[in-house]
Write a protein that binds this ligand. Structure first.
Ligand code: NAD
Ligand code: UDP
Ligand code: UDP
Length: 343
């Protein structure tokens, strides 16, 4: 037995050495859809460490079993391989609904599927919440603001989305998700929470997801040209994943039922970001400009007044610290893939 305990302890994620023991009353059964993905797997870590029982539902389109491998065999963890577009009947107290591809190349890969996941999948989860009386948090996105005409973006801004553009399957899919949440709250009194998540980065990001953080770090590590799309004056604000998890958990625990922006308000131009990553990785690779992408939002920065006030939340991890952890993760992943014969 001693050996089994030791081997289980060895599998626990390093920053969290102990799983809390919760009383029967305090312990919740929590469903995390998309729990094998980047954000989902960090949320799973947090909830299990808090002593809750967690059920992950994932179809492994962009997620990976490796992201939650350290919990396999733990009595508070369960994983179901299922597409949320299909109905799901289980009993839970809370639902974090994260299942959806998040990076532009992934969600554009099959736009019809992205729409189905965010509409039919969200209906299934809201109907599940309704049937069992569970609270449900919907992972929405800053993309509901489209290419914004207002800067920074408060939750009251209705957005500027091209309904037939290449990003619309995701943007409009998430907008429908929000509408559905409000309709279920109004009509069926389902307890909903809506997080409008801004660009998030950290370990377990997909290496080939084509997003700016993973592209630039990989290009720097491989000594290749850093590909800035267009002039590079477009801006983004980057939040470290543990800050987002703090925000999601605080939002679920709150009584706030309107959308809440969760993001880091420190804004960088993409060119500045390229220079910064190059400096942190410490290589001397060139930065090159390629063609701009269609409908690329030109400025993005969250107004987090509501999160500060109602959740007492704000991001804590500075960009340099978060990026160094992410760069270390990518270095290890690159070494692992080389050892396993991939390139
Ligand atoms: P991710 O791609 O790493 O994770 C998404 C997970 O959902 C994956 O494990 C994937 O396999 C699963 N999934 C996708 N379609 C599914 C389906 N039909 N059925 C079951 N599982 C399915 O992405 P992420 O960055 O972890 O994003 C998680 C959530 O947060 C998404 O809803 C995304 O829209 C939202 N979000 C993320 C960001 C960000 O910067 N990462 C920004 C805004 C919003
Ligand atoms: N559903 C589900 N799990 C549940 C309850 C419902 O997946 O626990 C699915 C159900 O199969 C249907 C959809 O959600 O496809 C809508 O369900 P229902 O008609 O009961 O809900 P309503 O439309 O009245 O909200
Ligand atoms: N970008 C870039 N080079 C890359 C990948 C992305 O210049 O290799 C830019 C992209 O055009 C956008 C920003 O970086 O302006 C953020 O892109 P990402 O795909 O990470 O996320 P988005 O915020 O657009 O969903």
């Amino acid at each position: 037995l001693e050996q089994k305990v030791k081997s289980l302890e060895a599998k626990l994620p390093k920053p969290y050495p102990h799983v809390k023991f919760l009383s029967y009353r305090a312990k919740k059964r929590i469903l995390v859809t998309g729990g094998a993905g980047f954000v989902g797997s960090h949320l799973v870590d947090r909830l299990i460490m808090q002593g809750h029982e967690v059920i992950v539902v994932d179809n492994f389109f962009t997620g990976s079993k490796r992201n939650v491998d350290h919990w396999v065999g733990h009595e508070n963890f369960e994983i179901i391989h299922q597409d949320i577009v299909n109905p799901l009947y289980i009993e839970v107290d809370e639902i974090y609904h994260l299942a959806s591809p998040a990076s532009p190349p992934h969600y554009m890969y099959n736009p019809v599927k992205t729409i189905k996941t965010n509409t039919i999948g969200t209906i299934n989860m809201l109907a599940l919440a309704k049937r069992v009386g569970a609270k449900i948090l919907i992972a929405s996105t800053s993309e509901v603001y489209g290419d914004p005409e207002i800067h920074p973006q408060p939750e009251s801004y209705w957005g500027h989305v091209n309904p037939i553009g290449p990003r619309s399957c995701y943007d409009e899919g998430k907008r429908v998700s929000e509408s559905l949440a409000f309709a279920y709250a109004k009509h069926y009194h389902v307890a909903v929470r809506i997080a409008r998540i801004f660009n998030t980065y950290g370990p377990r990001m997909h290496m080939d997801d084509g997003r700016v953080v993973s592209n630039f770090i990989l290009q720097a590590l491989r000594n290749k040209t850093i590909t800035v799309y267009g002039h590079g004056n477009q801006t983004r604000s980057f939040q470290y994943v543990t800050d987002l998890i703090d925000g999601l958990v605080a939002l679920m625990a709150s009584n706030y039922t309107h959308p809440v922006n969760l993001g880091n308000p420190v804004e960088y131009s993409i060119m500045e970001f390229a220079v910064y990553i190059k400096k942190l990785v410490g290589r001397n690779n060139p930065i090159g400009s390629t063609e701009a992408v269609e409908d690329d939002p030109q400025r993005r920065k969250p107004d987090i007044t509501i999160a500060r006030k109602t959740l007492k939340w704000e991001p804590k991890v500075p960009l340099e610290e978060g990026l160094m952890k992410t760069i270390d993760y990518f270095r290890e992943e690159l070494a692992r893939s080389l050892n396993e014969g991939y390139t």
